[in-house]
Design a protein around this ligand. Structure first.
Ligand code: GRF
Length: 215
């Protein structure tokens, strides 16, 4: 038996740097109630794959450019994920739009982290758009993944004050640092059976969540 017996098996999907993946790796090494069974990237050569290998986690690449369409890519990705038998799939900087078929296959057991206070700023370039909009607060959200891009029920958020002299990169850096606290916390809650999704409603500790938890 290893020290991971009884821990929630998780597969993490990435497309890039993998700093949120690193936060999960560090939390797991620190005794969090989940274990990362594999890291899958849709892009070869990204830094996140190196982070996983350094931590001794199996990695694999399902390169979307090798597939003729979204359906075939998503089918291959889903099959690969299922070889690791995860109870939770975490999208940590995974930059692909997923088909409804894929999303439904993992309904209620797939989380995404998005760098905005959802429902504000779904999609790309969230920090730039937050600055352009002149908001005083920005942040990040973890949500269950549904068929609507960045539109699934929000579980928890971190909030960051926007400074007058913020640039896109300074704001992004402050949000990212908080993402690294948020994501392991939400995955730990899921592992502790505190979180569930029923009919597009998040339940936390046996009660319907009225608003996202503020971390
Ligand atoms: C994060 O800002 C995450 O919220 C977004 O993509 C970025 C990924 O960063 N979905 P990293 O690869 O985890 O460093």
């Amino acid at each position: 038996m290893t020290g991971n017996a009884g821990k929630l098996p998780v597969v993490v999907l990435i497309s890039g740097n993998g700093s949120n993946l690193q936060a999960l790796i560090d939390a797991a090494a620190d005794g969090a109630p989940f274990t990362i069974k594999a890291v899958i990237s849709n892009r070869p050569g990204v830094h996140g794959l190196e982070r996983a290998s350094t931590a001794g986690i199996p990695t694999c690449i399902v390169d979307h450019t090798g597939f003729p369409d979204r359906d075939s890519f998503d089918a291959a990705l889903a099959e690969k994920i299922e070889t690791y038998n995860p109870r939770l799939v975490v999208l940590a900087g995974f930059m692909r739009i997923l088909t409804n078929g894929f999303v439904n296959r993992f309904a209620g057991r797939m989380l995404n982290i998005h760098p905005s206070l959802l429902p504000a700023f779904q999609g790309l370039h969230t920090h730039r758009r937050a600055l352009q909009a002149g908001v005083t607060e920005h942040g990040a959200s973890v949500h269950f993944v549904t068929g609507e891009l960045d539109g699934g029920p929000v579980i928890a958020q971190v909030r960051v004050a926007v400074r007058e002299d913020d640039s896109e990169s300074s704001l992004a850096a402050r949000v990212l640092a908080r993402e690294h606290e948020l994501l392991p916390q939400v995955v730990a809650w899921y592992a502790q059976d505190k979180l569930a999704l029923h009919d597009e409603q998040v339940w936390f500790d046996g009660t319907p969540l009225q608003a996202p938890i503020q971390c």
